[in-house]
Design a protein around this ligand. Structure first.
Ligand SMILES: [Fe+2]
Length: 233
């Protein structure tokens, strides 16, 4: 019987594989640049709607990434985390100003509409190639560990880890930041509230990981908010 010998495919010449590697690197860099441009463009939109301050969103992204690294998240998840931390409230662009800026408590109907902002954010972000997962993370950033959050009522580990992180750091930032109509809370009070709601609203592992970073960063938070650390702490 005649045996047919199959020759192994020849390795590409070195210069060709080097060119391919260079091309892949260029494509990856292009994708990253596009990603950054999209994030910047959406941040501009948030600014136009007066829903954003650069300091606030940058701080959330920094805190989120530090917590994510502490929890051992992989690189792809950390990238989604950065997007979700920066753009979690992008859906508020779809909420009428009369509700967003109402100086009094929202009535039931208004609150029901306000609670649709995670869904609106998801609707927009899921259309962007590479942002599909971050869109889901945005969709779930108001879920609670006990299942009493929205929009899906997910519980515990059903909630994406990125959403659980954004939920904690956003809540903390809202508590300690000063607004025109109220003074930000001292760190100790905000930390007490996070701990009190660990296991019901917040992921306890995220809270435990986050609080030391937050405490170390409080001086920057109050400096950015124009509030003296000594008076706030
Ligand atoms: Fe939100």
């Amino acid at each position: 019987m005649t045996q047919i010998e199959i020759a192994a495919p020849a390795a590409p010449p070195l210069h060709l594989s080097a060119l391919a590697s260079l091309r892949i690197k260029e494509l990856e860099e292009g994708t990253q640049a596009l990603r950054r441009s999209v994030i910047c463009a959406f941040n501009q939109l948030l600014d136009l709607k007066d829903l954003n301050t650069g300091v606030h969103s940058t701080r959330l992204a920094e805190w989120g990434l530090r917590v994510g690294q502490e929890l051992g998240l992989d690189e792809a998840t950390l990238q989604n985390l950065e997007v979700a931390a920066l753009l979690h409230d992008i859906g508020k662009i779809g909420i009428p100003d009369a509700i967003l800026r109402k100086p009094a408590k929202l009535d039931d109907q208004e609150y029901a509409l306000m609670k649709r902002h995670p869904e609106y954010g998801w609707l927009v972000l899921r259309l962007l190639p590479g942002f599909e997962h971050a869109a889901l993370d945005v969709l779930h950033h108001h879920e609670s560990i006990d299942g009493k959050g929205y929009p899906a009522g997910l519980q515990g580990s059903e909630i994406p880890i990125v959403s659980r992180i954004v939920c904690v750091i956003d809540a903390f930032d809202a508590m300690v930041s000063s607004r025109p109509y109220r003074q930000g809370m001292p760190f100790e009070e905000a930390a007490r509230r996070l701990i009190l709601s660990s296991g019901t609203q917040f992921d306890p592992d995220v809270v435990q990981s986050f609080l030391p970073f937050a405490q170390a960063d409080m001086e920057n938070v109050f400096a950015a908010a124009g509030t003296a650390v000594t008076s706030a702490l």
